[in-house]
Ligand binder design. Structure first.
Ligand code: ZN
Ligand code: ZN
Length: 380
């Protein structure tokens, strides 16, 4: 989408509504099917609380039982929480606890009748677990749950895909408007801030993560942060960035050649060709039912064949949604398989100290027919 025909305000107004209440009732219906089975779960991870209730504040706990849900937060969020729960249309009882003691009392009371209480094993610290066991819930059995909400979040509905797609369109338009400025020789940091500003002006809520601009020799460090280095002719510039819409992220990397392809040396040109071919092979492999390891292999084979297997130093991709990095990972552990509604990145790279780096990354949604690429900036 070009800058001229991207009307973010209108696009936002047309976004499909998200059925947040169905997420909560879906989890409630599945509680006794969890392994180990739970009579209730205490959700502590804020992104998961947002997903299940629509609440976006920075402090909350959510107790989910088969037929009720209790959101406990503090006085700062009294008005906001009530408004967000109502807007999301979720039947959640809201308890405002001005002190931790009041919050604890509410949760202890609501969980007392439930024998086995699940905690989010990946989110609860050792200290939290000790406190919950000794002080908060001494009379119930605490059991670990593993990525219960994260697994549900991995599959996006139409409303979520539309938000990620709009975030991608904003990033595309921002890059289209700012890329010509590279020829004027900005610093990495200056260009990053121009790009961030363009995304905000276009209507992004924020940037998705700290923008990476890595030029020339800095490009060999995959997560180099923008420095005062002046971008110059013959540089490859790795630009990795995204926009945020309604909590949903986009993620895209393009590697631009300052001065055009003619300004590059033979090694740089080959790096660009190989990574582009690798990335295209990875995207082409994305389809429902495909193990994430196959997508990784499709990318890696092309780079290994070029003799640069050791220079592809990171994973091939990751899920994108309310978090910039979420499930499914590519390659996943075990038998992770792509499903319709998964949104993943495909982002191979080659990093050669002295020569710099090339990475190309798209955000892709898995569809019944295969895939649809949501980031559309040109790769040449
Ligand atoms: Zn990225
Ligand atoms: Zn990424």
């Amino acid at each position: 989408m070009s800058l001229e025909d991207l009307d973010v305000r209108r696009a936002r107004a047309a976004l499909p509504r998200m059925d947040v209440a169905a997420r909560l009732t879906g989890l409630q219906a599945d509680l006794d099917r969890l392994d180990p089975a739970c009579d209730a779960v205490l959700i502590t991870h804020l992104t998961n609380i947002r997903y299940l209730t629509g609440f976006t504040g920075s402090a909350a706990l959510l107790l989910v039982t088969p037929d009720s849900a209790l959101l406990v937060t503090d006085g700062r969020y009294e008005e906001q929480a009530a408004g967000e729960l109502e807007q999301a249309g979720v039947p959640v009882h809201l308890e405002i606890g001005r002190t931790v003691a009041v919050q604890r009392q509410a949760l202890v009371g609501a969980s007392a009748a439930h024998g086995r209480l699940g905690l989010e094993a990946e989110q609860v610290t050792w200290a939290d677990q000790q406190r919950y066991e000794r002080e908060w819930f001494p009379d119930v059995e605490l059991v670990p749950t593993h990525r219960v909400v994260e697994a549900r979040r991995a599959v996006k509905d139409e409303g979520e895909v539309a938000r990620i797609e709009l975030a991608c369109a904003i990033a595309d338009a921002a890059l289209a408007s700012m890329a010509p400025h590279l020829e004027a020789g900005p610093t990495e940091a200056g260009f990053a801030s121009e790009l961030d500003g363009a995304m905000r002006r276009l209507g992004a809520d924020d940037v998705s993560f700290e923008t990476i601009v890595a030029s020339g020799p800095n490009g060999s460090r995959p997560h180099h942060l923008p420095s005062g280095r002046v971008v110059s002719r013959g540089d490859l510039v790795v630009i990795d960035f995204g926009a945020l819409v309604d909590g949903y992220h986009s993620d895209m990397t393009r590697t631009l050649a300052v001065g055009g392809a003619d300004a590059l040396d033979a090694t740089q040109r080959r790096m660009v060709e190989v990574v582009r071919a690798s990335q295209a092979a990875g995207v082409a492999a994305v389809a429902p039912g495909v193990p994430t390891g196959d997508v990784d292999r499709a990318c890696r084979e092309v780079i290994v064949e070029a003799g640069w297997g050791d220079a592809f130093v990171h994973g091939t991709g990751h899920g994108v949604g309310l978090d910039i990095h979420e499930d499914p990972r590519v390659p996943g552990t075990g038998d992770a398989t792509l499903d319709v509604g998964h949104v993943v990145t495909v982002e191979p790279g080659v990093y050669l100290p002295g020569h710099g780096g090339v990475r190309v990354e798209d955000t892709v949604v898995v569809t019944p027919a295969g895939r649809r690429t949501l980031t559309r900036s040109p790769k040449s």
